[in-house]
Each structure stands twice: as C-alpha cells, then as structure tokens.
Design a protein around this ligand. Structure first.
Ligand SMILES: NC(=O)c1ccc[n+]([C@@H]2O[C@H](COP(=O)([O-])OP(=O)(O)OC[C@H]3O[C@@H](n4cnc5c(N)ncnc54)[C@H](OP(=O)(O)O)[C@@H]3O)[C@@H](O)[C@H]2O)c1
Length: 226
C-alpha cells in the first residue's frame, strides 16, 4: 500500500517534532517534508507535493498556511491555535470549490474531545459555567485555542450569545490542563482534563491526518476524525 505523504510545518517546535517522530513510526504514513521558519512554504509544497500538510506553527498563521496548502492542491491539517470561525468557514468554502478537504483541530487529545462532549451535555442543564485553562509558561497565546473552542461550543449549546469566561494560567510545573466549572444554586460540577506529555496527541494526530486524505471541505474538531 502506498504511504500517505505528509508535510510538517513548524517541524522543530514542540508539537511539530513530536508529530514528525510519531508519524515516522506509524505504518502507512511518511513525512516527506519538514518546513521551518524562513522556508518558502509554497515552493516547498509545490516541489514535494505531499498529500496532507500539518501546520503547527504560531497563532495567527494557521489560516494563512491552510490557504497556501489548498492553492497548491495539498490538504491542510491545522493544529495551530487562533483560526477564527470566519476563517474556518472561508477555508471550507474554498476547499469545496477546489474539491479538496482538510481539518482544523484545536486539540488532538482524545480526552479533550470527551470532555467537550460531556460539557455540551451538562451545559444544557447547568447553563452557568466558566473555563480555567492552565499551561506551561512557554505557551505564547492566551486563551488557548482549545479553551476558546470549548467556550464557543458551550455557548452554542446553551443557546445564549453571552461569552463564557475563560481564565488563563501560565506557570512552570504545568503542561496542558483545562477545567469547566458549572454552577447552580447549592451545587457545582467540575470537569477536568490533564495532559502530562505529548503522547496524548499521538492517536489524534494519526486519525486526523488519515481523515484529511478523503475529507470534503474543512471542518473543525478532532471529533470528525474519530
Ligand atoms: N492542536 C493541538 O492539539 C495543539 C497542541 C499543542 C500546541 N498547539 C498549538 O500549535 C502551535 C505550536 O505549538 P508548539 O508548542 O509546538 O510551539 P513551538 O514549540 O513554539 O513551535 C512552533 C514552531 O513553529 C515554527 N514557526 C514559526 N513560524 C513559522 C513559519 N512561518 N513557518 C514555519 N515554521 C514556523 C517555530 O520556529 P522558531 O523556533 O524559529 O520560532 C517553532 O519551531 C501553537 O499555536 C500551539 O498553540 C496545538
């Protein structure tokens, strides 16, 4: 069977380096291109023609790089934070016009998908909630893309346009953690997800890249790939 060919953009970063290693040891996947800051992304994609491009760079670059990938006929898998709903919708429209697809994944961990599912159920019964996200001190963006995604999903489920507050903590000793706190008269309910290593992203990275291979349009969330 022919291997699924992958480009990793931001390959020397924390998540990028893990993805290169994990894809490299997964049967049927082959990393054919690693892109770093300063490289010409368009020229590199056109020269090596991977099937899928994983972007894990810097908040703000995800949508831009996804557009370049689609223009080159490459399917984008965007793990980078900060793709807005409007940008995701534009990418979806353009990908469909090009008869291509991809995926935007604010969080590759299975536990986070399950936390969001449970929270979407709870918020319909306990509508008052707030999010606390805690990360290591080297994380540049706040709030995290995952917390923003969770807040959007919960606001949509409770049918109330008011934003759900997010509290961001950046401290040494943390890796990646998120709590959703629900409050009602006389009781509280707390959902918490804790990550201790990038291994939590492995199965999601593989499922997502395989999903992109045949995706139609650009959806948001790992749930589409599970
Ligand atoms: N979806 C998820 O599950 C998930 C999980 C963790 C992190 N993230 C997000 O993924 C992104 C990367 O996170 P990280 O922790 O890996 O960050 P990181 O360690 O800072 O790595 C980012 C890498 O991207 C490189 N880079 C920056 N601009 C670039 C460009 N224009 N072209 C190519 N490479 C470029 C950086 O190069 P320099 O070293 O030269 O700066 C760095 O090597 C962030 O947005 C983060 O929030 C998502």
């Amino acid at each position: 069977m022919k291997a699924l060919t992958i480009a990793v953009v931001g390959a020397r970063g924390r998540l990028g380096a893990y993805a290169v290693t994990h894809y490299g040891r997964t049967e049927g996947l082959s990393v054919v291109l690693q892109v770093q800051r300063g490289d010409d992304l368009r020229a590199a994609l056109l020269a090596s023609k991977p099937a899928v491009m994983l972007d894990v760079t810097e908040a703000g670059l995800g949508a831009l790089h996804a557009r370049v990938a689609l223009e080159c006929g490459v399917r984008p898998l965007i793990g980078t934070s900060g793709v807005s709903p409007a940008q995701a919708s534009e990418l979806d429209t353009y990908a469909r016009e090009q008869k291509l697809g991809g995926l935007i994944v604010p969080n590759f961990s299975l536990g986070m998908v399950l936390l969001q599912r449970a929270a979407e159920d709870i918020v319909q019964h306990m509508g008052q909630c707030e999010i606390i996200e805690l990360h290591h001190e080297r994380k540049k963006d706040a709030p995290s893309g995952t917390a923003a995604d969770t807040a959007r999903r919960l606001a949509a489920k409770r049918g109330d346009a008011s934003p759900i507050p997010i509290h961001s903590v950046r401290l040494p000793g943390h890796y990646a953690h998120q709590e959703v706190l629900f409050g009602a008269p006389g009781e509280t309910l707390r959902l918490r997800h804790d990550m201790s290593s990038p291994e939590a992203f492995g199965p999601g990275l593989v499922a997502a890249v395989r999903y992109c291979q045949t995706a139609v349009g650009v959806a948001v969330g790992l749930r589409h790939a599970l």
